[in-house]
Design a protein around this ligand. Structure first.
Ligand code: KG4
Ligand code: ZN
Length: 345
């Protein structure tokens, strides 16, 4: 069975073809980062318009790369939510129109389920059950995963998401958008002892997070410098970046370790854009070696938004329940859609 995946929830347009026998056949992606950069963040209306321009050429690319004809597609999975309403509407309407035109069934997929299952696209697949840390630009959640659609939320952020904290702190340091990768690179040159920033909720004895205070701590450090940002030399910027990255990585690692301990599970899966962060990976790998658990990451290219994870999540659902896709082309998007409200497959 060949499933076409369509992702358009934020600022990436992704189309991909996944075959349940042969695996991922192809994926095509366009990132709008360069377009939104001058505004310092995603402009929803521009995002929607760009998805319209990109979707069909990317479909052609994915089909050509895979050597597959449109008629060979068996089902179409698209991101139904959560995300930007206008952006979601583009991918959903493209997917449902294609379904109608080709007479193929369609299936709405939860964006976070796509992220959550993306490490299973890697060559080394974790078995269920596992603990998942979902760290993206919009979400930070710790979950127990017992199967496709069987997710129990253990804890989440009470304010900013991890990616948001990376982006906002990077912005304070004048690093542009999205700042996650940039602040991470800069931190490599920083002195770990120069700034000890707070580790919010490290000892809260639950699995929740709070990152807005950390961003404020960065702001305070910057403000307290005489002359503000203008007076901060490159080395000092790197030191602040290092202080920030060390703090956030410490909290994320500690909460993962305590979720594993609490559930008695030995497998940890990392998903979402911040999962690409090298300091986080190094810290989790070190904890895994020490505490004897195993960590699984998505391939780097599938950490951030992409169509492959949507095609894959759709394919897994269809394998478990062939009726999951329907010839019902009257789509509705769900910009707000808690992950624990989705149905088990
Ligand atoms: O999962 P994703 O592509 O989009 C959402 O669904 O939100 O995640 C994007 C987020 C951004 O906040 C970006 O700064 C962050 O992931 N990110 C990183 C890294 N790569 C992407 N944060 C830290 N280090 C990175 N290497
Ligand atoms: Zn995402």
């Amino acid at each position: 069975m060949i499933v076409l995946g369509v992702e358009s929830s934020c600022d990436e347009t992704g189309l991909a073809l996944y075959d349940t026998e042969r695996g991922l056949l192809s994926h095509a992606l366009h990132s709008q980062v360069a377009m939104h950069e001058e505004y310092g963040g995603v402009v929803p209306e521009l995002a929607s318009r760009d998805h319209i321009r990109r979707a069909l050429p990317l479909l052609e690319q994915a089909l050509n790369k895979a050597g597959v004809a449109k008629q060979d597609i068996d089902a179409i999975a698209y991101t139904q939510g959560p995300g930007l309403a206008g952006a979601l509407l583009v991918g959903s309407s493209v997917a449902c129109s294609l379904g109608l035109a080709l007479d193929k069934p369609v299936l709405g997929v939860h964006h976070l389920e796509g992220h959550l299952l993306s490490p299973l696209l890697a060559s080394e697949r974790p078995e269920f059950p596992f603990i998942a840390l979902l760290v993206s630009g919009g979400h930070t959640q710790l979950m127990r995963v017992d199967g496709v659609g069987r997710y129990t939320l253990l804890g989440e952020t009470l304010d900013d998401a991890a990616g948001e904290a990376f982006d906002k702190s990077a912005k304070l340091l004048g690093l542009g958008y999205p700042g996650g990768p940039a602040i991470s690179r800069l931190a490599e040159f920083g002195d770990p002892d120069a700034y000890k920033l707070p580790r919010p909720m490290l000892h809260s004895k639950d699995f929740n997070f709070s990152f807005s205070g950390l961003k404020t701590a960065v702001l305070t450090v910057v403000k307290n410098r005489e002359g503000g940002m203008a007076n901060i030399c490159e080395q000092d910027k790197a030191n602040i970046a290092r202080g920030f990255v060390d703090a956030i990585v410490d909290v994320l690692t500690a909460k993962c370790v305590s979720a594993l301990k609490h559930t008695g599970l030995k497998r940890l899966v990392i998903a979402g854009g911040v999962g690409a962060n090298r300091q986080l990976r190094a810290s989790l790998d070190a904890a895994a070696a020490k505490k004897k658990f195993k960590v699984y990451y998505p391939e780097l290219e599938f950490c951030t938004d992409n169509g492959a994870m949507i095609a894959f999540a759709g394919a897994l659902r269809l394998q478990l329940n062939p009726d999951a896709a329907q010839r019902d082309y009257g789509f509705n998007v769900r910009p707000r859609w808690p992950l624990d409200e989705i149905e088990a497959a």
